[in-house]
Design a protein around this ligand. Structure first.
Ligand code: PLP
Length: 366
């Protein structure tokens, strides 16, 4: 009988999970307390599909502070996360066979949502030749056909961590206006940026309020992924259709969850700043360590909490099975992601540096 195959001289080691797209922080205590208090107050009944008024009013204030001058509570809808909102909005916007441009690489949920809505997802390039996030508006223009109705934009971007510039957003706004497109702007990582605040969203630009849906969430900003709470600022004509989809699917978002969200908005911004500072120090250490691996190309992300290095022979399955590092294969995010790995910074510094050491071993052991 032949001896079983032995993995290259790597002792079995505890798996390091860098594949998960959620903060490793606990939800801040004042937010948890508000949720528990709301439960004890008996806020456990059905409510309005679009959310409670105080939360929608606070979100409208937040959106106005971010430059959406016409944001009102009437145009804000609350749902169980950004993901269901993306689905509902695309169902409201797309007729069967309509095309929707989605970033490649990009969050896989977009394609799924477009297809569930009966649309056709058309990838557009979201990285330049060196693999850095870049909005090439001319290349996007070349993806348009007579069936294109919607473009999904994601900045800060998952998986590259790139943040669109003012000039790119202006150019994209002109393209959307010229071609009568709606833009679904996914800004769930908008509060997690490292080079100053992200430029104001595309929906704040001239002529864009009526054709932009801005989607955001409590998940990443306040470490609330499992609470399931997100919101969208909609053009007025979309409010009724999205409300009908909420009523026909989830009925409403639990009120105690919404009360926790209200506490998040009313709490000190230092809570979020503190988490971002930790992500920043992890990002810096990871970029330095990855850049030192021969053959690896890495761009320092300007936002979100992922690194998306180009790794020779990138193979997430081998990295997991042989070296004990779980991360996501770049191809998961689209054809242009191939050759990359997505590593989340939502783990302790010790785990992150150990993981990069194992990536180096994996590259050397190819
Ligand atoms: N959009 C992007 C770009 C994401 O990365 C994610 C989650 O990973 C979501 C939306 C979904 O967020 P939520 O938890 O609010 O549904």
């Amino acid at each position: 009988m032949s001896a079983p195959a032995i993995a290259p001289s790597v002792a079995p080691r505890a798996l390091i999970r860098l594949d998960v797209g959620e903060p490793d922080f606990a939800t801040p205590a004042h937010i948890v307390d508000a949720g528990v208090r709301a439960l004890r107050e008996g806020r456990t009944r059905y409510g309005a599909p679009e959310g409670i008024v105080p939360l929608r009013a606070a979100l409208a204030d937040r959106m106005r502070a971010l430059g959406h001058a016409g944001a009102t509570a009437e145009r804000v809808v609350v749902a169980q996360g950004a993901k269901p909102l993306l689905g509902h909005v695309l169902r409201a916007l797309l007729a069967p066979g309509d095309a929707c441009l989605v970033p490649d690489p990009g969050y896989p949920g977009y394609r799924a949502a477009v297809e569930l809505a009966g649309g056709v997802a058309v990838p557009y390039p979201a990285t330049d030749a060196a693999g850095a996030f870049a909005l090439d508006v001319e290349a996007i223009g070349r993806c348009l056909t007579s069936r294109t109705r919607v473009l999904v934009l994601n900045s800060p971007h998952n998986p590259t961590g790139g943040v669109a510039t003012d000039a790119e957003l202006d150019a994209l706004a002109r393209l959307a206006t010229d071609h009568d497109l709606h833009v679904v702007s996914d800004e769930v990582y908008g509060a997690i940026t490292y080079e100053g605040a992200a430029p104001r969203g595309i929906g704040t630009r001239a002529g864009m309020a009526g054709r932009t849906v801005t989607v955001d969430s409590f998940s990443k900003t306040w470490a609330m992924t499992g609470w399931r709470l997100g919101w969208a600022l909609l053009p007025e004509p979309l409010v009724a259709p999205v409300r009908a989809l909420l009523l026909g699917t989830t009925t409403c978002t639990p009120e105690f969850v919404q009360r926790a969200g209200l506490a998040a908005l009313e709490g000190s911004p230092d809570v979020v700043r503190g988490m971002v500072a930790v992500y920043r120090s992890r990002r810096d250490a990871m970029v330095e360590a990855l850049a030192a691996i021969p053959g690896v190309t890495v761009h320092a992300p300007a936002g979100a909490f992922y690194l998306f290095p180009r790794v020779p022979g990138a193979d997430a399955a081998r990295l997991r099975e042989t070296y004990g590092v779980a991360c996501t294969d770049g191809a998961t995010y689209g054809a242009r992601g191939a050759g990359h790995l997505r590593l989340s910074c939502a783990a302790s510094m010790g785990e992150l540096l150990e993981a990069v050491g194992r990536v180096a071993e994996c590259v050397r052991g190819r």
